[in-house]
Design a binder for this molecule. Structure first.
Ligand SMILES: Cc1cc2nc3c(=O)[nH]c(=O)nc-3n(C[C@H](O)[C@H](O)[C@H](O)COP(=O)(O)OP(=O)(O)OC[C@H]3O[C@@H](n4cnc5c(N)ncnc54)[C@H](O)[C@@H]3O)c2cc1C
Length: 350
């Protein structure tokens, strides 16, 4: 069976199938030269830099459970600094966590925020590294699926460049806009509603400083911005929020910006310098562009997804998994990947 897409959802789907024992021959196809999708952790001069997600809500059990299965349960670490401020354009003051989430358009319960966040000592990339180590031999990078064709009771996955893989079952663990297009080509009418799920684009900029460059004391884990005169929407004090993010005597900040003209690192530093009284230039900066990074479900989303799944049930084993369907957070994607893997295992056992 073939899993298309090696983001967290696809990796977990493959892991779930492999956990079923030697019963299944699993292949994971990923178009990029690295696995993990939007989960990217880099190490720069002793700093741990997150490009995408930096943690999950501590109230969510999925990441610790998966980490325990993968033998890295003891690498899970909890949030240190707590609390968020709001920048009004002139003033930085503490704010209730729930209000900060609302300002960012994040739908999360106050009770869940109360327990804080968790991550890995070496960043979220640890989860991807542990999964890819377990999936060694099954993971094929730089293998972008360009189409899916039904061949009787089986599937043929066409690969950009001309090769193909045959499979008796497929998990499509792609962003909804990509999966929807594939599904439309095999006659799944509701595929269009998936292809049209809007995804927001954003930019994250990590900036490293010596601690003595920052004039203002960093209270809490960061701030959100409630002012139209800024490009920054929020900033995480990464080195305060989680342990081990920066060498002693240094600070790592991460700014979130909407797509903009110009160099996001220059803009982020300029605005942070004003808000946090930063002197001098950053030691370095790292920009990640997330073109269509995060889905925003529209009205009737759940019904559209259910309709697609009903249509898939009439085809040879084919499942969808990932952020585009039942929740965009890492924990929801783990649940989604596991559910897809279990569904395929059940269908293959018939
Ligand atoms: C900037 C940012 C910050 C975030 N922060 C958090 C956070 O702090 N906490 C949290 O819980 N969530 C966070 N999220 C959300 C969460 O990280 C993602 O929704 C989740 O990781 C998506 O996983 P996925 O496997 O569904 O999709 P992806 O990670 O998008 O994986 C899909 C994979 O499919 C591959 N692919 C695409 N097309 C093809 C093809 N044709 N053939 C083969 N492979 C293909 C892609 O290259 C990719 O590897 C954040 C997201 C972003 C963008």
């Amino acid at each position: 069976m073939v899993v298309v897409g090696a983001g967290i959802a696809g990796l977990v789907a493959a892991w779930e199938l492999l956990r079923e024992g030697a019963k299944f021959d699993v292949t994971v196809l990923e178009s990029e030269r690295r696995a993990g999708g939007v989960i990217v952790t880099e190490r720069v001069d002793g700093f741990v830099v997150e490009g995408g997600p930096d943690g999950v809500l501590a109230s969510e059990p999925e990441v610790p459970a998966l980490a325990a299965e993968l033998g890295i349960g003891d690498h899970v670490v909890s949030q240190l600094a707590r609390g968020t401020s709001v920048w009004s354009g002139t003033d930085l003051r503490p704010i209730e966590e729930g209000r900060a989430a609302t300002l960012l358009g994040i739908d999360v319960k106050n009770a869940d925020l109360g327990a804080g966040f968790r991550t890995f000592a070496g960043g979220m990339g640890e989860l991807v590294a542990a999964l890819t180590a377990r999936l060694a031999g099954t993971l094929h990078l730089a293998q972008g699926a360009s189409g899916l064709v039904r061949d009787g009771t089986r599937w043929r996955i066409a690969i950009t460049g001309g090769s193909a893989y045959d499979a008796d079952a497929v998990v499509l663990a792609l962003p909804a806009w990509a999966a929807g297009r594939v599904l439309e080509t095999i006659g799944v009418h509701h595929g269009r509603s998936l292809a049209e799920v809007p995804y927001l684009s954003s930019i994250t900029v990590s900036l490293a400083y010596r601690a003595d460059q920052i004039g203002r004391s960093l209270e809490g884990a960061g701030f959100v911005v409630d002012s139209d005169s800024n490009h920054i929407r929020a900033c995480t004090y990464a080195s305060s929020k989680f342990p081990g993010r920066a060498p002693e005597g240094h600070a790592l900040l991460r700014a979130f910006l909407q797509p903009l003209e110009g160099d996001p690192a220059v803009v982020a530093h300029r605005e942070l310098a004003t808000i946090l009284a930063i002197r001098g230039e950053p030691l370095w900066s790292r920009v990640f562009y997330w073109n269509r990074g995060l889905p925003r479900y529209r009205r009737h989303h759940a019904e559209h997804v259910a309709a697609v799944r009903r249509q898939l049930a009439r085809l040879p084993p084919l499942a969808i998994a990932g952020a585009g369907y039942d929740g965009a957070g890492v924990s929801a994607c783990i649940r989604s990947g596991r559910a897809a893997g279990r569904l395929i295992a059940r269908l293959m056992a018939r």
